[in-house]
Design a protein around this ligand. Structure first.
Ligand code: SF4
Ligand code: SF4
Length: 117
């Protein structure tokens, strides 16, 4: 299973340690944290990783590099599932339809302008 890791960007604030639902984040020295890959389940029951959500530093908690594509596909599947099963799916279908039409109209207008000028 995919796991997260704490990188050298960590400033040691400790927020992630208290938020982790599986207790996977351990203190190994003052202000030095480590994620136990056996206990990290990548917050699969949440919409995002809780350690990342509370971390004040960009990329201090990241998916382990060899898990990157697993992470990418897991997120893709999660979003797809949510879009399919939410009542807002119809709204987004309409939104994308309208967006597509607008882009096509603008492209057509630009083409006409460049031909006539
Ligand atoms: S991804 Fe979730 S389970 Fe894994 S270390 Fe972060 S908070 Fe804990
Ligand atoms: S929340 Fe981010 S900066 Fe704070 S200890 Fe965890 S990884 Fe480090």
């Amino acid at each position: 299973m995919m796991s997260y890791a704490i990188t050298e960007r960590c400033i040691g604030c400790g927020r992630c340690e208290t938020e982790c639902p599986t207790g996977a984040i351990e203190t190994i020295a003052p202000k030095l944290y480590h994620i136990d890959t056996q206990r990290c389940h990548n917050c699969s029951s949440y919409s995002n990783a809780q350690c990342v959500a509370v971390c004040p530093v960009e990329e201090a908690c990241t998916p382990l590099l060899h898990d990157y594509w697993d992470f990418w596909f897991a997120r893709y599947r999660r979003l797809k599932h949510r879009l399919k099963h939410r009542s807002s799916a119809a709204y987004w279908d309409r939104w994308f339809g309208l967006f597509g039409k607008t882009v096509t109209r603008i492209a057509r207008e630009r083409t006409t302008e460049s031909i006539t000028s």
